[in-house]
Write a protein that binds this ligand. Structure first.
Ligand SMILES: [Cu+2]
Length: 436
């Protein structure tokens, strides 16, 4: 029997305990998370000093709270479900509901406090790649701090001393945790919002996964032989287009947290390499490129004026990085008439599809043939003139004359003016001449 007096005493204790728990919880910023792989509109700063926000490709920026002049963020390391592209989902590890984690945007000179809660089944840490900070805040487990055990929350605090572009990732069981998708982008904006201002500022990470067709979880012991090459954990045709109004100045900041380099190529425009992880390059020292090789663990900011309207490919130039779920234990059948052979093999192997020979026919057929559960066709993407035959690290830079400054929606396919597209020659072929 619980007496009335004891009941009140007990209830009073419970109320006091609940109040203490609430106060403890209130000390942590609330956890904001998302489940979608869609690109969010840039987040205009609701408080603090002004800046021009970035647009995270297939991602978002983490909201913060101001606490006595300090910008407080709450990152939660946790298992997430990421759609790599329509038709394929992956069980990854990330932050606040998605992989990569949200972009963190602050202003040069901001005091920043980041609470990191570990909801993974193993320990972790976060390294703030490229930042000037006290060595004890650098996030290397064992070297600068104890690892964050499952269930624990650690607090990082430093001043964002240098304007520029940074990344964050674990520095604990790193091979596993990065193979599982744990990484994020960080932008420290300059004090003067007009310093190095551009009209559109896209950011994303280049990463890679090894997920066997029919499975959902990456192989974490893979060192180099990845089969899904992604921008922000999305593979084409799942990657958002980047859009710009004709004449706008566009910046693309790319970080490479995969295990190989990526020569990134933009069609129809020259760009300049304007910044690295180490800072902004003085105007006179910027150099022009149409392909820029991005090494492992590096970031580059490229800039160009979107002068030419159209749909312009933007992709890694390693052609197997623009394919999905590609294996390579395949004999070279180029030039071999495979029709009879294919029929015979198909009797033994259901849905057998010959490679090459028919010049890209595989891509069209792959679109129609049944795929194993949870994988993507190697070359996909239905374009206005047929199959685009791309996957992986590929997207489209869409430049249009009639686009509102804050409009990031896909404007659809480019309507090329009459007489400006390649056309079919229907005359007679000339006789083949031998060199004298
Ligand atoms: Cu590549």
């Amino acid at each position: 029997m619980v007496s009335r007096r004891h009941f009140f005493k007990g209830a009073g204790f419970a109320v006091a305990a609940a109040a203490t728990a609430r106060a403890a919880l209130a000390a942590l910023p609330e956890i904001v998370s998302t489940t979608t792989a869609d690109m969010h509109a840039p987040l205009s700063p609701p408080n603090g000093r002004p800046y021009r926000p970035v647009a995270t490709l297939n991602g978002w920026t983490l909201p913060w709270r101001m606490q006595h002049g300090i910008k407080e963020f709450h990152l939660v390391a946790e298992p997430v479900l990421r759609e790599i592209a329509p038709g394929m989902k992956a069980h990854l590890w990330g932050y606040n509901g998605q992989s990569p984690g949200p972009t963190i945007e602050v202003v040069e000179g901001d005091r920043v406090r980041i609470y990191v809660t570990n909801r993974l089944p193993e320990h972790t840490s976060i390294h703030w790649h490229g930042q000037r900070l006290p060595s004890g805040m650098d996030g290397v487990a064992g070297l600068s701090q104890p690892a964050i055990k499952p269930g624990q929350t650690y607090v990082y605090e430093f001043t964002a001393a240098r304007a520029g572009t940074f990344m964050y990732h674990p520095h604990a069981d790193e091979t596993t945790q990065m193979a599982m998708g744990m990484m994020g982008f960080w932008v420290t904006h300059p004090r003067d919002p007009e310093s190095m201002a551009v009209d559109r500022d896209y950011v994303f990470l280049m990463n890679a996964y090894d997920i066997d067709p029919g499975s959902f979880t990456p192989n974490v012991s893979t060192m180099l032989d990845f089969n899904l090459w992604t921008f922000n954990s999305r593979a084409y045709p799942g990657i958002s287009p980047m859009v710009a109004r004709q004449g706008e100045r566009v910046r693309i900041r790319l970080g490479n947290l995969s295990m190989t380099n990526h020569p990134v190529h933009l069609h129809g425009h020259e760009f300049v390499v304007a910044g690295t992880d180490g800072g902004w390059i003085p105007a006179a020292a910027r150099w022009p490129e149409v392909t820029m090789d991005l090494g492992v663990g590096q970031m580059r900011a490229i800039e160009f004026t979107a002068s030419a309207p159209g749909d312009w490919a933007f992709h890694c130039h390693k052609s197997h990085h623009t394919m999905n779920a590609m294996g390579h234990g395949v004999p070279n059948t180029l030039g071999v008439e495979q029709r009879d052979l294919a029929d015979k093999i198909a009797a033994l192997v259901p849905n057998y599809m010959p490679m090459s020979g028919e010049g890209g026919a595989m891509a069209d057929m792959t679109m129609e043939m049944p795929l194993p559960l949870n994988t993507l066709p190697m070359m996909a993407g239905a374009g206005p003139y047929g199959n685009i035959e791309m996957g992986g690290m590929f997207t489209v830079m869409k430049v249009r004359a009639d686009l509102a400054p804050d409009d990031y929606r896909d404007p659809g396919w480019y309507q090329a003016p009459k007489g400006t597209t390649a056309y079919l020659w229907e005359g007679e072929a000339p006789p083949a001449l031998k060199e004298p």
